[in-house]
Write a protein that binds this ligand. Structure first.
Ligand SMILES: [Zn+2]
Length: 461
C-alpha cells in the first residue's frame, strides 16, 4: 500500500507558494467589486491544473455567473471509477479592514503557536482548491481514478451555476464526488460532514391602524401592531427555547458534536448567558429545527414617538432537518403563524425562498474509502457532523449524478474565521487533507475494482 506522507511533505512548499499567490487575488464575485481579479483567479487555477497534468481544462461561461474551471482526467482503465472534485475560487468581501490584523489580501504567517496563513478566502475555499491540486501533483497527474474537477467562481454570492449540472448530466457523471468546501469540527479532528440542514424564509406582517395614534388618547384600546407581532413570535419557542412549531422533524444526533465550551467560544456567547434549547448540541444544531428572527421593521428607539404602532413586520429564517421536505417545513411554519390570533388579530404570512437540506448516503464503497483516508490523513478515526449551513450546488450535482456517493470534507476547520475578519488556514490541516485525498482515490480505486456496483446503480455512465 502506497503511503503519501513523504510525497505530500515534499510538495508542501510549492503548495504553500501557490496558495499565497491565489489568496493574494481579491476574487470577490459580488456586485460592486471589479471582475478583473475574478478572471485572474480563474486563469491561475486553470493554469495550475494544466501544469499538474490535467489534460483537458476548459472554461465554462454560463449566464449570470463567474467562469467555472472544468477539468477532466480520463479513467486509467474502463473499470476505474470517476471522482468529481469540487471547490470554489471566489471569496467573501473582507468586511471592515480595521478588524484585520494584516491586510486581507496579503497572505501573512500566523503568529507563535499556530503555523498557517491569514487572508480572506485562504481557508474558504482556496485551501481546498490547493488540496485538490496537491493530490494531482502527488500522482503526477495520473491518479488511479478518472477525475472531473469543478472549481466555480461565484459560490459566495449565489450563482446560477447551482441549477446547471442537471441540465448537462453527461459532464458531471461520476461515481463519487468530494465536495471540499468545508472541513473539520476542530483542528486535528478528521471530520466527514454527512448532513446539511435545509433553510426557508417566511415574512410575517401586521397592520392594525391606518396611521400611528397618540398612545395617551388611544393606547389601551387601539390594537398595537408591534405587540401583536411580538406575541406571535413568542409562540415559536417553548419555555426552554426549543422550537414549538408542530411537525418540524427533530431526531437524536448520533455523531460527534462540539463540547459546550467550544460552542460558547465559537459563538461568542457572553459570560453567564445560558444556551437555549434542550437535548444534545448536535440535535439542536444539526438534526433539529431552528427559527431565528433575522429582521424586524418597527419604529426605532431613536425615533420613537408616543404613539400606538400601526404596522410591524418580521422576517424569519427556518433551518430544518436534512431529510424534511422544504415545502413541508416552510408550510408548517406558515400554518402555525396563520392559525394565530394574538388579541384576536390575524397575521399576513408570506412564504419566502427555500433551500433543501442534504443527507449523504453512508456505507457505500466511497464512504468507506473516505473514512479510511481521513484516518490516514490525521492518524485518528473520523467524526461525523452535519453543519447548519447549506451548499446549494451539492443538490444540483447530486441531481446530475444520482448514483454517485457524495463526500464532504476539506482543509477548513470551525475555528478558521470563515466569512469573518482574520480568516486563517493551518498548514497541518492542508497537508492532512492532501494526504487524505491521495489515500481516498487509492482506497476507492481498489474497492471499486472489487465491486462495480456504484456505476450501475446510478446509471451515471
Ligand atoms: Zn465556501
Amino acid at each position: 500500500m502506497r503511503s503519501f506522507e513523504a510525497t505530500v511533505d515534499g510538495l508542501m512548499g510549492g503548495l504553500r507558494a501557490d496558495l499565497e499567490r491565489l489568496a493574494a487575488i481579491p476574487s470577490i464575485a459580488f456586485p460592486g467589486f471589479p471582475a478583473g481579479p475574478v478572471e485572474e483567479a480563474h486563469d491561475l487555477v486553470a493554469g495550475l491544473l494544466r501544469d499538474a497534468g490535467v489534460p483537458h481544462v476548459e472554461r465554462l461561461d454560463l449566464p449570470d455567473t463567474a467562469p467555472v474551471v472544468y477539468g477532466e482526467i480520463p479513467p486509467p482503465s474502463p473499470d476505474a471509477p470517476t471522482v468529481l472534485l469540487y471547490g470554489h475560487y471566489d471569496v467573501q468581501p473582507p468586511g471592515d479592514a480595521a478588524l484585520w490584523r494584516s491586510p486581507p489580501f496579503e497572505p501573512t504567517p500566523l503568529d507563535a503557536a499556530e503555523s498557517g496563513l491569514r487572508a480572506r478566502g485562504i481557508a474558504d475555499d482556496k485551501s481546498n482548491v490547493i488540496a485538490h491540486l496537491g493530490m494531482l501533483r502527488a500522482y503526477e497527474g495520473r491518479p488511479p481514478v478518472g477525475v472531473k474537477i469543478v472549481v466555480e467562481g461565484q459560490e459566495e454570492y449565489g450563482s446560477a451555476f447551482d441549477g446547471y449540472p442537471p441540465t448537462d448530466p453527461e459532464r458531471f457523471a461520476c461515481d463519487a464526488m468530494v465536495i471540499a468546501d468545508l472541513g473539520n469540527l476542530r483542528p486535528g479532528t478528521p471530520t466527514l460532514t454527512t448532513g446539511l440542514r435545509g433553510a426557508a424564509e417566511v415574512t410575517v406582517e401586521v397592520r392594525t391602524l391606518d396611521e400611528p395614534r397618540h398612545s395617551g388618547e388611544f393606547g389601551g384600546a387601539a390594537p398595537d401592531a408591534l405587540l401583536v407581532l411580538l406575541k406571535a413570535l413568542a409562540t415559536l419557542h417553548d419555555v426552554h427555547g426549543d422550537v414549538a412549531v408542530e411537525g418540524l422533524r427533530r431526531e437524536e444526533w448520533d455523531g460527534t458534536a462540539y463540547t459546550e465550551e467550544e460552542f460558547r467560544s465559537l459563538a461568542g456567547v457572553r459570560e453567564g448567558m445560558p444556551l437555549v434549547g434542550s437535548g444534545s448540541l448536535g440535535e439542536r444544531l444539526w438534526s433539529g429545527p431552528a427559527i431565528t428572527v433575522i429582521g424586524l421593521d418597527a419604529p426605532s428607539v431613536e425615533h420613537a414617538a408616543s404613539a400606538v404602532v400601526p404596522y410591524a413586520r418580521a422576517k424569519l429564517n427556518l433551518r430544518f432537518h436534512p431529510r424534511q421536505d422544504p415545502q413541508e417545513a416552510r408550510g408548517l411554519l406558515v400554518d402555525h403563524l396563520r392559525a394565530l390570533r394574538p388579541f384576536g388579530v390575524p397575521l399576513t404570512v408570506t412564504p419566502g425562498d427555500t433551500g433543501p437540506g442534504f443527507e449523504a448516503t453512508t456505507g457505500g464503497p466511497a464512504y468507506r474509502a473516505a473514512l479510511a483516508a481521513l484516518r490516514e490523513g490525521w492518524g485518528q478515526e473520523a467524526s461525523y457532523v452535519a453543519t447548519g449551513g447549506s451548499i446549494p450546488l451539492v443538490n444540483g450535482l447530486a441531481k446530475a449524478a444520482p448514483g454517485a456517493e457524495v463526500l464532504l470534507f476539506g482543509a477548513q476547520d470551525s475555528m478558521c474565521n470563515l466569512h469573518a475578519p482574520n480568516e486563517r488556514v493551518l498548514f497541518s490541516e492542508l497537508r492532512n487533507t492532501v494526504v487524505a485525498l491521495c489515500a481516498f482515490v487509492r482506497e476507492y480505486a481498489d474497492a471499486f475494482d472489487r465491486s462495480t456496483a456504484g456505476r450501475t446503480q446510478g446509471g451515471t455512465a
